[in-house]
Design a protein around this ligand. Structure first.
Ligand SMILES: Cc1cc2nc3c(=O)[nH]c(=O)nc-3n(C[C@H](O)[C@H](O)[C@H](O)COP(=O)(O)OP(=O)(O)OC[C@H]3O[C@@H](n4cnc5c(N)ncnc54)[C@H](O)[C@@H]3O)c2cc1C
Length: 465
């Protein structure tokens, strides 16, 4: 069973840092137990490890002040967005100060002609898209939760649109960050490309708060396409659905979204979102482009799907129908919890090369069934990325042990297929053993980077490595 990391606490330093921060931040420093606990766990199965205090800065200068105080006393600093990460990312194994970024939620500059925007880290993806809607622009990266953009940068998040628009790795042009000694840096300019030195932007993207605190983000935007068309298609088996996905991608259809729901997930969506879909494996798709292009893409997909036994193929082009379908997809986590009331959902995330997708998903489903685990599968399958959501009675030692065994087995399987132990959720505490297995010696060089940038290990300690 993956246990929370344990680390020694620096009691004297923590007491001194909390006192100094209280002087500067007054009631924006909170030490109440429930607030601390709420900030010391995420939607995770790893037990809560609360920080000693939560502070709410409103500017980069304040973040730098917090980090300098914590550096002086050798106290952990844990940045926090909306707390939706899934692998114990914001736990505080050595206590310390949680820096809640959600009051830094301004959209600072929109450069319409350059298709970019500068935001503070507490802006959420939905907030940004609401702001952009009237400008004919959108920000495509859409994790299932309404996460903060700072958290999304820090976890290198992605979502249903990644197959067409990429992940946070592709969307971030530049960052402002507070480093471990309190220095404020900017990693790049607003230029669309640059060969200027080491790529500090991409080093911070996915660093999970362990290398710096992100205080400003410059993001690439996309124009809202002239036409959007959604489609759905049912299959007799997950294997057939995955083979249709592989062929669609290999054929070069520029799908904007292609999502798999297995039959259990479809049942959950029907119950939760009032849909009436056939309870068999389902692909949900979206096509972006000109009116003619989206019709052509949808027709080509339909031909491919039929070759693999796809049926009940339906296209939707009204915004209302489309939104209902995609909202149901985004609500899948909560919908699946309804399949086993009282159970906890453990979402495990792997990604394999597209040519191994059908084999990996089919093996995962067979193994879960063999082990007697209820584990609906959903996936951003256009990228070879899928999640099994294990519905577990956390009071049952036997079920927890089985879940642990399944997760280990699935991660090893993905790695053995030249895939990864996480396509988008990140490492946090939960995936640390698999990172070692996936990258081996490389983790030694990752540790060297961490030691160079944060020699006293105060930034979100106990995560990734
Ligand atoms: C229902 C559900 C569906 C999800 N679906 C997806 C999905 O489709 N794709 C996907 O990628 N993820 C998904 N996730 C996971 C989660 O939403 C993402 O990991 C998200 O990016 C986390 O953002 P957050 O604001 O909640 O960050 P938090 O959970 O608050 O923090 C995550 C990590 O980022 C660090 N951090 C936060 N803010 C900063 C900052 N300003 N500077 C430096 N470090 C910072 C934290 O220290 C922590 O290590 C899902 C989660 C849930 C609950």
């Amino acid at each position: 069973m993956v246990q929370a990391t344990t680390m020694p606490r620096n009691e004297t330093g923590i007491t001194a840092a909390v006192a100094r921060l209280a002087e500067q931040f007054a009631d924006r420093l909170q030490t109440g137990q429930s607030l601390r606990e709420q900030h010391g766990h995420t939607t995770t199965w790893i037990e809560t490890q609360a920080p000693d205090a939560v502070v709410f800065p409103t500017s980069t200068e304040e973040v730098a002040d917090i980090v300098k105080i914590c550096a002086e006393f050798g106290v952990p600093v844990i940045p926090f967005g909306t707390g939706t990460s899934l692998e114990g990312h914001v736990n505080a194994p050595a206590g310390g100060i949680c820096v809640d970024m959600m009051r830094m939620d301004a959209i600072l500059e929109l450069h319409q002609e350059d298709l970019d925007v500068v935001v503070q880290p507490g802006v959420t993806r939905e907030q940004l898209n609401t702001y952009l809607r009237d400008q004919g622009l959108f920000f495509p990266i859409d994790p299932g939760a309404n996460a903060s953009l700072g958290g999304m940068v820090a976890t290198r998040a992605s979502g249903t649109n990644a197959v067409r628009y990429g992940t946070m790795k592709d969307a971030v042009l530049s960052l402002e960050a507070v480093m471990a000694d309190g220095t404020v840096i900017r990693t790049a300019s607003r230029a669309k490309k640059s060969s200027a030195g080491y790529d500090m932007t991409r080093l911070l993207v996915g660093s999970e708060g362990t290398l710096g605190l992100i205080t400003e983000i410059t993001l690439r935007l996309q124009g809202i396409p002239e036409a959007i068309r959604s489609a759905r298609c049912s299959f007799r088996s997950v294997d057939e659905a995955c083979r249709a996905v592989m062929m669609t991608i290999q054929y070069g259809i520029p799908v904007a979204r292609i999502e798999l729901l297995d039959e259990l997930s479809v049942r959950a969506a029907n119950q939760h979102s009032g849909l009436e879909l056939p309870e068999v494996p389902l692909l949900l798709l979206e096509f972006h482009g000109s009116e003619a292009a989206v019709v052509e893409q949808a027709e080509t997909f339909a031909q491919i799907a039929e070759e693999f036994g796809g049926f009940d193929i339906a296209a939707t082009s009204t915004a209302e129908e489309r939104n209902k379908l995609w909202q149901a997809r985004h609500d899948m986590y909560w919908a699946c919890l309804g399949l086993r009331p009282g159970a906890k959902g453990i979402s495990t995330d792997v990604c394999v090369p597209i040519s191994r997708l059908a084999e990996c998903v089919s093996a995962a489903r067979a193994r879960a069934e063999e082990m007697g685990l209820m584990a609906p599968v959903v996936g951003h399958v256009g990228d070879g990325n899928f999640h099994a959501l294990l519905l577990i009675d956390m009071d049952s030692h036997e079920e927890r042990a089985k879940a642990d065994e399944f997760i280990g087995w699935l991660n090893d399987l993905a790695i053995s297929m030249e895939g990864t132990c996480t396509g988008e959720h990140g490492i946090g505490q939960g995936k640390r053993p698999y990172l070692q297995r996936e990258l081996g010696e490389t983790t030694r060089f990752m540790a060297a980077v961490k030691a160079a940038l944060d020699p006293d290990n105060i930034l979100n300690p106990g995560k990734i490595l």
